[in-house]
Design a protein around this ligand. Sequence first.
Ligand code: SIN
Length: 298
Amino acid sequence: MNTIRTTHSGEATNLAAFPLALTTLSGTGAAEIGDLNLSQPLEPLAVTAIRDAIMDFPFLVFRNQSMTKDQQARFSEYFGELESHIGKLSDGTTFPIVHTLTNLDAAGNLINMDVAKLNYFWHTDKSYYAIPAFVTILHALEVPPEGGDTQYANAQLAYEALSPEIKARLTGLMAVHDWQASRRNSGTSPATNEQIRERPPVSHPLVRTHPDTGKKALYLGVHVSHIAGMPQAEGKALLTQLTDHIGQDQFVYTHRWKQGDVVMWDNRCLLHRALPNYEIARHKRVLNRTVIVGAAPY
Ligand code: SIN
């Protein structure tokens, strides 16, 4: 059975053979999908339908989910290879593949996590890798009663809205993404020598082409240290101008978390940032996270 639905851009889309219960949340490409239990194995047609949906809606949320870490890993692997994570946990061990973003310590006490600061800046996951992320998946186990939101900016819509003159100026520019610069830009504790060795700086096009849709998107964020071949001050001014542009309301969807939400987003065309708009020392915020390997940007 094929189903026809209408996308946010008003085009009729022929969904594969699995009818998703899809509700548009925002004109910036956010949608909610109902009627799926992600803790259980999904039939291949359902996976194909989700893969199709994320082409039109790069941000998807599934409500009222309850998944173990193993179940989250299984759901994530439907979309590709699970990505490892840079750095170490506070006890010196490496990050597990399904890791937890939390403001609790091992004993369950509220803490103010240094690394979370980085997430308060616009970024796209793992852009400091030569092969950056495709999707990120977060499962909300505990969320504050209010706030602790995450924002998603559609970098394709932002690119399309640029003037022809600015688009021409950006053509061929490469941005250098660097974990060390990311820590510096966000005021987070400096990268360790091991991290610097593990992840040397990489260059990616400032405007990347989506491998599935062919659409162009701005590709930048807090992980960028500079524009290759451009004087530092000029590059910084350009990056600030573009980041301010992307962060305008018309490109942004703000996700207000509910416990049990599973969200997944396409890092190839969305930037995101967490908002520190809750009492971090008072309310728990705990999300399990997986990241899927993408492909080299072009
Ligand atoms: C992230 O930046 O991957 C996490 C965002 C969040 O904590 O809301």
